[in-house]
Design a protein around this ligand. Sequence first.
Ligand SMILES: NC(=O)c1ccc[n+]([C@@H]2O[C@H](COP(=O)([O-])OP(=O)(O)OC[C@H]3O[C@@H](n4cnc5c(N)ncnc54)[C@H](OP(=O)(O)O)[C@@H]3O)[C@@H](O)[C@H]2O)c1
Length: 342
Amino acid sequence: MTSPLSRRIVLASRPQGEPALSDFRLEETPLPAPGPGQVLLRTEYLSLDPYMRGRMSAAPSYAPPVAIGETMVGGTVSRVEESAHPEFATGDWVVGMSGWQSRAVLDGASLRNLGARFEHPSLQLGALGMTGFTAYMGLLDIGQPQAGETVVVAAASGAVGSIVGQIARIKGCRIVGIAGGADKCDYVLRELGFDACIDHRTPDFAARLAEACPQGIDVYFESVGGAVFDAVLPLLNLRARVPMCGLISSYNATALPAGPDRLALLQGMLIKKRIRMQGFIVFDDYGHRFGEFYQAMSGWLAEGRIRFREDIVDGLENAPAAFIGLLSGRNFGKLLVRIGQD
Ligand SMILES: NC(=O)c1ccc[n+]([C@@H]2O[C@H](COP(=O)([O-])OP(=O)(O)OC[C@H]3O[C@@H](n4cnc5c(N)ncnc54)[C@H](OP(=O)(O)O)[C@@H]3O)[C@@H](O)[C@H]2O)c1
């Protein structure tokens, strides 16, 4: 029997600033047959996520970097092609971390089995997966939104932000989104039902955000940082909560921003207004609550109370360009690569 082949994208070099296509390399490699307890998987969908930029860097972080020459990490939905694990059968859909490759041999213990029939499997990487879980835990556990409060959501049309705003709406809050460009703002308002959405690229962005938040901001869900946070900070109310989810505007930065140093301004605001900012890493901090999230989100999706948008790119070879675009806002919705019969 011939060995199965996997096409994979490896990290060729560590980027300085914005990643380049030359930082990635496409390879073809033979895979071993699955050993006891293992399964051979064919990737159907690969999730592209901003955290992958951190894994390309050797700087200390909460997770080790991808080594040069190794397959890029990533969440996947796959189908079982061959099983040496009693709880997996050929054709089963599974969620796992195959990374940027068309096939993988993984331990069954590292996978979640969805069974043979599954509707909309890619949702397991978005609203019903890591990004939906991030929105749910960050907003509800750290943001603690109360009915009638104003919740401001950065990157509001994206995978996490779109879900944050819709959960806040379910909780009875007034929701103001921030997004890049008229099309995204239009979608956030009309499709997702936010009360307002402000384009962070407009020159009078800070003034327009203030106008959209006449009662100030009670919860700010931070995914961006930089100029967006500068506009939010003066609007935060007494006892505001700020779930610190991400800082995508600085992921490609090679140095801290030029002065003036505004740290004392931030610290003064935190004290005077008793603001609580808290960072989190979703699976590290809340992995034990995934079941609770999954049940709640499945219910909201079934009732049509949560809508989602996927930005699907075809072909593993197109993953690097799509990922580079994610870091500058070229995606519109949850970014996925469809690999299928690759
Ligand atoms: N802490 C955790 O456990 C955890 C887990 C998942 C995700 N995250 C974080 O959550 C955030 C959102 O992730 P996602 O997967 O939902 O991505 P996403 O929102 O679907 O896509 C990223 C979006 O960020 C916005 N963006 C990029 N550069 C920007 C800039 N300079 N200024 C303002 N906006 C910019 C763009 O939207 P616009 O075009 O609208 O600007 C872009 O579409 C990221 O910071 C990510 O690292 C954290």
